[in-house]
Design a protein around this ligand. Structure first.
Ligand code: SF4
Length: 364
């Protein structure tokens, strides 16, 4: 099985554990991060080497967290999910955040010009800051402007064969292979002597695992530079509203963005797949299935922080006391409130985002 990190297929998690050696989140990790929604609600489902990373933190070593965004559209829930993990690790471990604006990849994968990427990235970075990221303990950069990333990618290219790329990614055009190598430059940038972080974790969705495998493989090669294999954590993929695939920018009606207004949000949820029955009568009699319902998961996984309210929603749905119309209305209100608060913070941060993206202010 090879996974397509540029596609929108659902991943078979059990296969990844079995075939590729993903590790389960341990009770010790859940205990350590108790009180954090990502752990309490089971949003983080796997890792590679995160136990060693936490040990380094406990031993007093300085740690970093690395991630990024392909600036081809507004923040969607997957981007928000990753941003929340970055913020959590920055807050809990004082980890320095490295965040790549993947404009080289945006061109390779989507044909977006660098100029267009710059505009989109300003909004993306404003969203990142609105999520709570402290820009004073972060390094946010554009791939096209970060020569160290390009130099690292060039070194890694010398130690990577086409056969390796094909085995990991399938047959792709050279632009995507190049973008993957540039991502290796991003992942190893915190280890560059200018920064000196040897313990780095990369929070990703399961579909991004090929990049992590490539990165960890590079650490075992004689590249002439000292590399420590990065750790990774994996979050659950947020179900698309049609109940089929992960949310994807390629299918706008299947996903929410943080820019949806109330009318759009209502329309998207009205058309969403649910775990409900054919008719209201049947639902009252047999109950719905919240576990497979993307609407329920929007509340539980992302927006509704109140434990009791989620529990009650689940029980009322299961027992047939809650119908989908009322449930969607309730969730729309909760999401609107959260988005309103987020938008206020984003507006406050936009000028800083512009300075970062346009390069007048790098926070390192
Ligand atoms: S009542 Fe809510 S949780 Fe239950 S199936 Fe309908 S939309 Fe989903």
């Amino acid at each position: 099985m090879n996974i397509n990190p540029w596609g929108s297929e659902i991943i078979d998690v059990e296969k990844l554990y079995a075939e590729f050696g993903l590790q389960h989140i341990t009770p010790e990790m859940s205990e350590f991060f108790k009180g954090e929604l990502a752990f309490d609600r089971g949003m983080l489902i796997a890792h590679r080497g995160f136990d060693e990373y936490l040990k380094a933190f406990r031993d007093g070593k300085k740690v970093a967290v690395m991630s990024g965004i392909k600036p081809t559209g507004p923040f969607h829930l997957g981007s928000l999910q990753t941003a929340q993990e970055l913020v959590m690790l920055q807050r809990r471990l004082k980890a320095k955040v490295f965040y790549a604006i993947a404009d080289l990849e945006a061109y390779a994968d989507n044909g977006s010009t660098y100029k267009r990427s710059e505009e989109v990235a300003i909004g993306n970075v404003a969203d990142l800051l609105a999520t709570g990221l402290d820009e004073n303990n972060a390094y946010i950069y554009r791939q096209t402007r970060e020569m160290r990333v390009i130099q690292l990618a060039n070194i890694f290219a010398r130690h990577t064969t086409k056969a390796t790329m094909e085995a990991l990614y399938g047959e792709r055009h050279m632009g995507l292979y190049l973008a993957a190598l540039v991502q290796m430059g991003d992942i190893y940038l915190p280890q560059h002597e200018d920064f000196g972080f040897s313990h780095v974790v990369v929070p990703v969705g399961l579909d991004q695992d090929p990049h992590i495998r490539l990165a960890r493989d590079l650490a075992s090669k004689d590249t002439g530079i000292k590399l420590t294999a990065p750790a990774s954590t994996y979050h659950k993929i947020i179900l698309s509203l049609d109940g089929q695939n992960k949310m994807s920018k390629r299918n706008p009606d299947s996903m929410l963005t943080l820019y949806d207004d109330e009318k759009t949000l209502k329309r998207k949820l009205a058309n969403a797949f649910t775990g409900g029955r054919e008719s209201a009568e049947e639902q009252r009699r047999l109950g719905g299935n919240p576990d497979i319902c993307p609407v329920y998961h929007l509340g539980y996984d992302m927006f509704d922080t109140q434990e009791e309210r989620n529990k009650e929603r689940w029980e009322r749905c299961k027992s047939g006391r809650l119908l989908c119309g009322e449930c969607k209305k309730d969730i729309v209100e909760i999401i609107m409130q959260r988005m309103k608060e987020h938008k206020e913070r984003r507006d406050e941060k936009e000028h800083i985002a512009r300075e970062i993206v346009q390069g007048r202010f790098y926070s390192d």
